[in-house]
Design a binder for this molecule. Structure first.
Ligand SMILES: [Zn+2]
Length: 90
């Protein structure tokens, strides 16, 4: 299981997307496929270890566990969406 490199790639992708925005990234939502062979808790553990000491540290991670094993992305961990802080509010 190449979970470490998988999550590393995911974090790099998030970092890339976040650096092209002027607003601060506050949360990321992931979809965890039913056949992804990693639990949400374990995914979170790896993810949090991966972002320590980076600008992504403290990011709120939302993991949506999928139950459909016949879904085309059932074996994957998909980056669903990112949530940015609205700095134009005031
Ligand atoms: Zn692990």
């Amino acid at each position: 299981m190449h979970e470490q490199s998988l999550i590393k790639n995911l974090v790099e992708k998030i970092h890339l997307l976040a650096s092209s925005e002027s607003d601060r990234l506050v949360a990321a939502r992931l979809r965890l496929g039913a056949l992804a062979h990693i639990s949400a808790e374990h995914l979170r553990e790896h993810f949090e270890r991966e972002i320590i000491g980076t600008p992504l540290e403290g990011l709120r991670l939302q993991i949506e566990e999928q139950s459909d094993i016949h879904h085309a992305e059932a074996q994957e961990i998909i980056l669903d969406s990112l949530e940015f802080e609205d700095s134009h509010g005031d």
